[in-house]
Design a protein around this ligand. Sequence first.
Ligand SMILES: NC(=O)c1ccc[n+]([C@@H]2O[C@H](COP(=O)([O-])OP(=O)(O)OC[C@H]3O[C@@H](n4cnc5c(N)ncnc54)[C@H](OP(=O)(O)O)[C@@H]3O)[C@@H](O)[C@H]2O)c1
Length: 329
Amino acid sequence: MFSSSAAPFDPETDIPSLKDKVIVITGSNGGLGYEALIILGKHSPTKIYLCARSKEKYEKAMEGISAAIPNAAEFVKYRELDLASLSSVQKAANAFLAENDRLDILMNNAGIMAQPPGLTKDGFEIQFGTNHMGHALFTKLLLPVLTKTAAEPNSDVRIVNLTSDVHMLAPKAGFLPGECLTDMSTYSTWTRYGQSKLANILFTTELTRRYPSITSVTTHPGGVATNLLDSFKSNYPYIKMVVNPFWKLLATPASIGAWNQTWAATAPVEGKAWTKSEGKERRKVPEVRNGAYYTPVAKEGGQTKLAKDPELARQLWEWTEEQLRENGY
Ligand SMILES: NC(=O)c1ccc[n+]([C@@H]2O[C@H](COP(=O)([O-])OP(=O)(O)OC[C@H]3O[C@@H](n4cnc5c(N)ncnc54)[C@H](OP(=O)(O)O)[C@@H]3O)[C@@H](O)[C@H]2O)c1
């Protein structure tokens, strides 16, 4: 378990003012995204978009967010987003673009894990389709506003993609293009999750290569007490009995689990000048390096050999583009 006392980052004091910044966080009605929204929301951004699958989920989340940040309703906006449906992703991106001419931080946080075999609305394996394809289209549609913002003087544009050290369970070939268009029921659910999380890393590698004006990184949050295991526990009740007591003991609370991704979204970028925050010098915290993979908090590296393969990253990017094109995006 990660110990907060040893962390080189304290979100209360080390995040500078986020004044003038527009932020989007997917899956921010619960778990790590919700905690990340509260952490960032305490530093006065212009707007944060809470992306959720329904208005009810947004309203429920706003109860807790408003308790933590009394004026949250003034700057936290709702955006409906179902990553398992490319048309929902397109609708969400278009609605964002109609309201905003800048985007400073895109946090692709939402995710599912250990699901039974299934397909997204567009026919992709459910975990790969949700965790990778949905975010790939969302990012693609938001790249014009991200690059436009990055071209402005003194801008600092970031894409933070949530991954997992479980990417090590991906298939030996990394990703299986033909199989991703099936429910992959002959593979273990962990192989399927691992494939989707490896894709998050490879996608980020290629994003960094193609869009160097944006700082893009992947973060693994550690083992964090969220709802991520719910599907697994409900499908395997005996596992619930065995896993639950240990999980409760070992898992990091979500409010601390969100530190790595909020550090990555706000810490100074390597090679860029440190900015003062509201006239005050900033305490030195580890810098963020474009394209890197981080485990909690701010520790670079530890990803598999496959996750470092630039050729695989290029292949995944091109295959993803082709699939999106074939689906009309
Ligand atoms: N918790 C961990 O130990 C751990 C470890 C490694 C990596 N991660 C990664 O951390 C990220 C956040 O997970 P978490 O632990 O916070 O899990 P969580 O508590 O289950 O939260 C996941 C969020 O994603 C949303 N989501 C799920 N399916 C979606 C869809 N089709 N469209 C849009 N949003 C969807 C959920 O919305 P609903 O409320 O509607 O389901 C929820 O807001 C994931 O990418 C996960 O892979 C977590």
